[in-house]
Design a binder for this molecule. Structure first.
Ligand code: HCA
Ligand code: CU
Length: 384
């Protein structure tokens, strides 16, 4: 298991740039890269410098920031791309080539033997040019590739002895956690190289698949902020963090600046013209909202009863809702105490009945509840 020792490859500036709403200006790229670096991700993957003149300039600019995170760029498997990418001064190259029948037919038209020859040529060339660069080789659409083809390619590449890491990509979000476990475990067993997992979220399995990869020995997971990417994107940074935090809170709180996550999610959402979904991991509007009386009573006494994540670890606060028909008198009493009102339990119970009756007619805001409680407290205070 690499759950104790893994790295996040944050690809908001590569896969995330492939999101429908993304158009990152150079300034925005700096903001994203800096924020993710401060958060503590280990690597940042950037769009290929071959994409456009501005992309080339942006890679150089981000390399120039001298962040703690290692800067990677993502290229096709050919010498020209490799030379252009090396010239930008990045710390690592992520080389990818499609191996599924669909990609071989409709994308590059190469046979498996030709893919192996190209990979040998390009990877050895890169290693010659840059003996110390981090070099990763990945197959695109790994999970729709023929298993025998796939293993032939990975084993041939591993035997070259020039790559640091093998990548598997669930390009169309088709893999199940057990398929991911099987492929990652097999690669670890057969090659002993580091293994990276890149998973799309078409069937909602991207976080579960990333977790399965780590459990099976993967060392690197690709994420993007909010999961943005092609179609509905890939493993979201915050979702992966939520998953891992629940398994090892001390490790995750020590490794990453969790209090930055909220700002990062909201910043990127604004840049790409979406809102953070209400049910987003950790940073969604209702992620720490408690409503039903049974829940609020227990949460007010001991939050962990209904919380697997402590919002305080993320610099956030829980919200206990009281102005609705499912409310309970413990929550109402707690609110009265917050307002500094001294009401007897009997009064609180009466006020609770009143809140429920009103909430049957219309939704109540916190202000409505506060006003009602203050009004309830007045006769008591006047009597004193
Ligand atoms: C894509 C490529 C990729 C590459 C993943 C990787 C994918 O289709 O845009 O290099 O590991 O999903 O296959 O993002
Ligand atoms: Cu992808």
């Amino acid at each position: 298991m690499s759950l104790e020792n893994f790295a996040i490859i944050e690809s908001t500036l590569r896969e995330g740039e492939q999101f429908a709403g993304a158009f990152f200006t150079p300034e925005q790229k700096v903001q994203i890269a800096t924020a993710l670096d401060e958060f503590g991700v280990e690597m940042l993957e950037l769009s290929s410098p071959l994409a456009s003149a501005q992309s080339d300039a942006d890679v150089r600019m981000i390399v120039g920031l001298k962040l703690k995170a290692t800067i990677l760029t993502h290229i096709r498997c050919n010498r020209e791309d490799a030379l252009r990418a090396l010239d930008t001064g990045v710390g690592g190259l992520d080389v990818v080539i499609g191996t599924s029948p669909a990609l071989r037919k409709h994308s590059h038209g190469k046979t498996i033997d030709e893919i192996i020859d190209m990979a040998r040529d390009v990877l050895c060339f890169i290693r010659q040019q840059a003996p110390h660069i981090i070099l990763r080789f990945s197959t695109e659409d790994s999970f729709r590739s023929d298993e025998a083809d796939l293993l032939r390619v990975y084993l041939a590449v591993a035997q070259l002895g020039v790559v640091n890491r093998l990548g598997v990509a669930d390009t169309v979000g088709i893999a199940t956690p057990s398929q991911v476990t099987q492929l990652v475990a097999q690669l670890r067993r057969l090659t002993r190289l580091d293994v990276e997992f890149h998973g799309h979220n078409d069937a909602g399995c991207a976080i579960a698949n990333a977790y399965a990869a780590l459990e099976a020995g993967a060392t690197h997971i690709d994420t993007t902020v909010l999961g943005i990417g092609e179609r509905n994107g890939i493993t979201p940074l915050g979702g992966l963090i939520a998953r891992l935090y629940m398994l090892n809170r001390p490790q995750i709180t020590a490794k990453y600046r969790l209090d930055r996550l909220y700002a990062i999610d909201h910043m990127v959402a604004e840049m790409v013209g979406v809102s953070v979904p209400f049910n987003n991991y950790i940073t969604g509007a209702t992620a720490f909202t408690h409503k039903a009386g049974i829940h609020t009573k227990a949460v007010l006494a001991a939050p962990e009863t209904y919380e697997s994540i402590d919002p305080a670890d993320f610099g956030l606060k829980r919200d206990v809702q009281i102005g609705h028909r499912l409310t309970g008198w413990n929550a109402v009493r707690s609110r009265a105490q917050e307002l500094g009102l001294s009401l007897t339990d009997a009064q609180i119970k009466q006020a609770t009945q009143r809140i429920k009756a009103l909430a049957d007619q219309r939704p109540l805001g916190t202000d409505d509840v506060d006003n009602l409680l203050r009004a309830w407290a007045v006769p008591e205070q006047e009597a004193n």
